[in-house]
Design a protein around this ligand. Sequence first.
Ligand SMILES: Cc1cc2nc3c(=O)[nH]c(=O)nc-3n(C[C@H](O)[C@H](O)[C@H](O)COP(=O)(O)OP(=O)(O)OC[C@H]3O[C@@H](n4cnc5c(N)ncnc54)[C@H](O)[C@@H]3O)c2cc1C
Length: 396
Amino acid sequence: MDLNYSDEEQAFRAEVRAFLAENLPAEVSDKVRRGISLGKEGHEKWHATLNARGWLAYNWPREFGGAEWNAVQRHIFEEECAAAYAPRIVPFGLSMLAPVLQKFGSKAQQDHYLPRILSGEDWWCQGYSEPGAGSDLASLKTRAVRDGDHYVVNGQKTWTTLGQYANWIFCLVRTDPEAKQQEGISFLLIDMNSPGITVRPIVLLDGTPEVNEVFFDDVRVPVENLVGEENKGWTYAKYLLTHERTNIAGVGFSQAGLDAVKRIARIETANGRPLVENPHFAARLAQVEIDLMAMATTNMRIISQAASGQAPGVESSMLKVKGTIIRQEINDLTRRAVGPYAMPFASEAVEGDNAPIGPEYAGPVAAHYFNNRKLSIFGGSNEIQRGIIAKVKMGG
Ligand SMILES: Cc1cc2nc3c(=O)[nH]c(=O)nc-3n(C[C@H](O)[C@H](O)[C@H](O)COP(=O)(O)OP(=O)(O)OC[C@H]3O[C@@H](n4cnc5c(N)ncnc54)[C@H](O)[C@@H]3O)c2cc1C
């Protein structure tokens, strides 16, 4: 097996790098590097830049306007974007809802919603979790009752990432309370501007209001907003989650993070020696690099399987667990490398005139460290993923 990049792949990498050099404004990459929020407008601009180049929906089939890149192209693109500190592509419409609509949505839904995801006209958020229904998602209680040609929705979703920017939410709702838990759930598309919806922010450990609570109070939703069949939502929800988990692996982010921590560890410390000469630190650094290389290969294998039509199965759980452990280990090594300078975790401390204390590269470290605690929780916690892996692989 030849693991080197082909000439064609090297040329593709050069093309991506040139595109980023020309189209990614320095003030945007600087914000990303320092962990400063881009706001809605900042994300929308980057979304439009990629869409204009035809590189936004790189995981979509061509028939829906995607670039249909292979696993190596995706890997190269993600690696280059992370290394250049490009904004992350907001995944809710593009990588979560779109695969569901492409597989299970009606032609009318595909024709209506997919182009609007590409154009950025619609910003989607994910309404799965509820208070009391996170890991045990199938126990969700948000109720949708049929009333003529509408559903009437009542209940609450929580941890809704960037819901404050969204004009649409895809929701799991209970349509049959008598059926077995998983069998009474439907997948509904809800306009966030509908009367009866209230969005309330939740502030995270890093000081940012990245997630929200969303309340539904007699919200009327047209029946044509049901995806697939009523009470079959659990099947679609699981399909979406396998895509979500594979994306969370974040190989490119880890590679960029690893490069950054290596740079910091080579800087001379107060005792005249760089941290990388400390055997304990060097061993951890080497281990995480080995783990990352192994995971990058697994990631490509799973993406290629998915591209050939097989939905990623239990492998997406493996990627999620391993990928998030690696990202958190890199965060931890970076935090240790900057020592007491990893203090200004609140966004105010790295914005405006509030210059961080210590070297400039230490500024965003604590914010990233605290924010990325979420990685082992969302998309189904790592404990839950381990349970899935054990059940599928060991019949537990
Ligand atoms: C920053 C952030 C963003 C999020 N964004 C979204 C979003 O946009 N949309 C959305 O729908 N959801 C979102 N979530 C919710 C996320 O999916 C849930 O937090 C997650 O599924 C865990 O559910 P929970 O918080 O209710 O914890 P719980 O389910 O109460 O779990 C608490 C702890 O118990 C452990 N545990 C629970 N059951 C088991 C078990 N059977 N075996 C072993 N351990 C177990 C868990 O691993 C966890 O450590 C987000 C969460 C975070 C933190």
